[in-house]
Write a protein that binds this ligand. Sequence first.
Ligand code: C2E
Ligand code: MG
Ligand code: MG
Length: 280
Amino acid sequence: HPLPLLYYYLAFVKQGNRPSKLAIQALERALQQALSDRSLMLHYQPQVDAQGRVVGAEALLRWQPQQGPLVLPAGFIDVAEDSGLIAPIGRWVLETACAQLRAWGAQAHTRHLQLSVNVSARQFRQPDFEPQVRQMLEHAGVPAGQLKIELTESVVLGDVADTKHKMQALRAHGVDFSLDDFGTGYASLTYLKQLPFTQIKIDRSFVTDIGRDESDEAICATIISLGRSLGLEVVAEGVETPVQRDFLCARHRCGLMQGYLFGAAMPPEAFDRMLLAQAA
Ligand code: C2E
Ligand code: MG
Ligand code: MG
């Protein structure tokens, strides 16, 4: 069976090409359709502490069109941002995350879990973003302290004063913030000083070469100690090997890790089974 045209567009966009207007419109229509026919879903990737216990998860968006393979966010988040569709998609992500937290709250083996959600620039810029999040939490009846919002520097870049204001309002309500892909941007330290983040995530690109590249090791060690002196939690992303884990956690006392070594993003049922096995 030939793949639907959609996949050619997605591959084209992913290669960094500028797709034609027609291709973008087709993608937008397909995404709009995905929103209404429930072919978007969230997968959950475990976050573990130094003892290997699962303490939370990151929600990662997936798209399963009617026919064809699963689509990862790299293929469509940009189109969603450009078209403005990120607003309804991002809202759906947050609602689904809150519903998941509610479900976790009802079971002894998942009650303690924190959930991190990625929020993109345009979504965060919406004037009503802060009340939106508050209402969703209230509606789902989950404690705000269990929700963490992951922002990247691109979110902050636009308007630092506005970002600070919004973050403070949500922090006052109990929602925490994590700075994603830390170390890959330009002015991270400035932002860290000005904005009320509680966590930083070491970008996967620095973790990958632990054991092979001394400067990447130095960067990881420096970020961990920076986090410690600023009182911020540090998560290492993309941990795939025991060598990386031991360097980060045993040697440099990084508090939290996430990566294929502990589990890839998985559907909620599989995540639940993992937690049940851990509790047993
Ligand atoms: P991110 O937030 O930095 O997410 C981490 C990415 O690294 C995920 O890719 C995850 O599957 C992948 N990953 C985790 N552990 C490993 C590992 O050990 N090795 C390797 N090679 N990769 C690992 P994914 O799910 O494809 O997401 C890519 C990006 O898309 C995310 O990067 C995030 O920026 C964005 N994204 C995902 N979900 C959402 C969402 O709901 N909303 C928005 N706005 N963006 C999202
Ligand atoms: Mg993230
Ligand atoms: Mg990241």
